[in-house]
Design a protein around this ligand. Structure first.
Ligand code: GAL
Length: 646
């Protein structure tokens, strides 16, 4: 990837000089040097300045900033500004404004106010992307392209309806096939003409589940098509890598596996949703997902909050040292650097209170001093650039399964796809295991353990693949309510889960029995469980049984030897300690509690998340400090050279 000094990791952030004046730009140049910034994302929300009227462009101001940054040895990640169309656009094309499921059409005055299915928006977006690429495609400052910003907006308007129908025709081929897939024989929903088919707008009661799932798939394809148009317009003029910043980890408006294949470099934004230890776990979760969507290749942390974390309705401050730990946490798991949102804290506008590398208080502040230290640390890690992380345990993730669990009418509202994934990852993280995410239909043979925490929807191909994985010698843990519907959301008949997977697990689930809200049951080994229980039979080994009601004495956790491997089934939701114990039993533990340890290439990254110093089993020379480290202080990080090569 292009950067003037290729042996550097990226360090910097979103830079919005258009919010400031010349005196501040001068100070920016100086402070960027002090913080060792080498990459700035420019232009993300600058459409109104770049194209003040339809078809009239003003690039002079951007020319000046790119030249200035280049002279200051800061490379540019140049954004297309399409996440925020200017007011003139919406007045000229009101039909391109997004419409909610209830028919409310939104107005401009915020950002992300467009419909990706509206032809006028798509045309205008490709046009401005092409203009920028033509002008700056070979500009020496431009290191990469940043298409759009966090593709997120959904829309239910008439343009969307027309595009959805086209997509459905392509996918299903005929109305009969669509009626069959969506099960429209129920509730008199049968469609007799394509014009009758709508996006899943507000309905009187439960929506059709197939319609919901297909709409999610359609929208993901729409986002990817919109991205591709801009990417291709850029590629016509520039050979620099093109990417878009994915919103992670909690948003799921597109199939991130598919998007990962479209970008030259996977880039994510990460804003932890809890302080302290929770933020550290969430950092590892986001980073492991990013690396997985990148196919194991290095990726880039495009945005992180500088000094704050979100927690419910509050924005809490990071503790001293936490900016460095989050940064190192991402780099350890494959990021080619660390960028922040944003360089300088805005003085006005909707995100005045969002933290930045240069806070309102200015450079004479704890935050900027920490940013300088982090910049120093990242600069010392240049030699790890391009090296990879290898994991031998995987957690299964599938967008279809996530979207499927959003449908109305499931037996319990406490089933939680994303929460289940995070929980599995966290238990493994706490055990010190480095984890990949994997798609259920991909080759899993390199993993010694695969955990399927929430595969409600499992395709036929996925079920076969999981069976083959176990038969070939893998250990698979499948959790409750998995494999119960196929790719069309039709229930599996004859017992759950899907037959090929049942063979590997040696079970047949007959009945789902959700627990009452707040009900806690105790299993035969004393573990507590909530949310869910199942009535199942096993031809394998019953490890733990239920002790309550009609399930008393029946299997709760089972193990089955199949081929050269083992299929484990967990039919309830264990409490945290029980779940961690089960995961640790399966995965082992390489951990010292509170010490995060990840191998990337030839280096071992160590992060002490605890409150006490930790004596390291093997002292070694630390890339961050240049000294030999034998003990890691509370909150400290080290990057030690390893003897082995990957
Ligand atoms: C990101 C977004 C940025 C900024 C940041 C802080 O999700 O891409 O533009 O809004 O959040 O809230």
């Amino acid at each position: 990837m292009y950067l003037r000094d290729d042996a550097q990791l990226f360090f910097g952030g979103d830079y919005n000089p258009e919010q400031w004046d010349e005196a501040v730009w001068k100070e920016d140049d100086e402070l960027m040097r002090q913080a060792r910034v080498n990459l700035a994302t420019v232009g993300v929300f600058s459409w109104a300045l770049l194209e003040p009227e339809e078809g009239r462009y003003d690039f002079a101001w951007l020319d000046a900033h790119l030249d200035r940054l280049h002279a200051n040895r800061v490379a540019v990640d140049l954004a297309t500004p399409t996440a925020s169309p200017p007011p003139w656009f919406t007045l000229a094309h009101p039909d391109a404004l997004p419409v909610g499921p209830d028919g409310t059409r939104l107005v401009h005055g915020s950002r992300d106010t467009y419909c990706l299915a509206a032809p006028a928006y798509r045309k205008a977006a490709v046009r401005i992307a092409g203009e920028l690429a033509e002008r700056y495609g070979k500009h020496p400052a431009v290191a990469m392209w940043h298409v759009h910003n966090e593709y997120a907006t959904l829309c239910w308007c008439d343009h969307t309806a027309a595009a959805f129908r086209e997509w459905l025709q392509e996918r299903h081929g005929s109305l009969d096939a669509l009626n069959d897939a969506w099960g429209t024989a129920f509730w008199s929903q049968r469609y007799g003409a394509w014009e009758q088919v709508l996006p899943p707008r507000a309905t009187q009661w439960h929506k059709n589940p197939g319609q919901h799932l297909d709409f999610r798939r359609f929208w993901s394809d729409t986002v990817i098509a919109a991205y591709r148009e801009q990417r291709d317009a850029i590629r016509a003029h520039s050979d620099r890598p093109v990417t878009t910043n994915l919103m992670l980890p909690g948003y799921q408006n597109l199939d991130l596996w598919a998007m990962g294949r479209e970008v030259d470099l996977v880039a994510i934004d990460h804003y932890p949703d809890a302080p302290g230890f929770g933020a550290a776990a969430d950092t590892a979760f986001a980073a492991d997902r990013a690396r997985s969507f990148a196919g194991g290749r290095p990726w880039l942390l495009m945005e992180q909050g500088t000094s704050t974390v979100y927690s419910s309705d509050q924005v809490l401050g990071k503790e001293p040292g936490e900016i460095l730990r989050h940064t190192i946490g991402h780099i350890a798991r494959g990021s080619e650097g660390a960028l922040f949102f944003q360089w300088r804290q805005s003085r006005a506008g909707a995100e005045t209170w969002h933290s930045a590398m240069v806070p309102h208080a200015g450079a004479d502040s704890r935050i900027f001093r920490e940013i300088q230290e982090v910049g120093e640390a990242v600069a010392r890690l240049g030699e790890i650039k391009g090296s990879i992380v290898i994991a031998d345990v995987a957690v299964l993730h599938d967008s279809d399964a996530w979207w499927a669990m959003e449908v109305d009418g499931l037996p319990s509202k406490e089933l939680d796809y994303h929460g289940s994934l995070r929980r599995a990852h966290r238990a493994l993280w706490e055990a010190g295991i480095t984890v990949d995410f994997a798609h259920p239909e991909n080759d899993l043979s390199r993993y010694r353990l695969v955990v399927a925490p929430a595969l409600f929807l499992l395709s036929d191909a996925g079920a076969e693949n999981l069976r083959d994985y176990v038969e070939g010698g893998g250990t698979l843990l499948v959790q409750h309510y998995s494999g119960v519907v196929d790719a069309r959301l039709h229930a599996r008949l004859g017992g759950y889960p899907a037959l090929p997977l049942r063979e590997a697990l040696g079970i047949r689930v007959e009945e789902h029995r959700p627990l009452r809200r707040d009900e806690v049951i105790v299993l035969s080994d004393g573990t507590r469980a909530t949310v869910w229980s199942e009535s199942l039979r096993t031809e394998g080994e019953t490890l733990v049984t239920y002790t309550h009601g009609m399930l008393a004495g029946k299997p709760a956790i089972t193990r089955h030897r199949f081929g050269a491997g083992e299929g484990w089934y967990l039919s309830t939701r264990l409490d945290d300690s029980g779940y961690t114990a089960l995961i640790t039993r399966l995965a082992g533990s390489s951990g010292t509690p509170g010490l995060e340890s990840v191998i990337r290439g030839n280096w071992r990254f160590l992060l002490n998340h605890g409150t006490e110093p930790i004596v390291l089993p093997e002292p070694g020379p630390d890339l961050l400090t240049g000294t030999t480290v034998g003990e890691l202080p509370a909150g400290g990080c080290a990057v030690l050279k390893q003897g082995r090569t990957l």
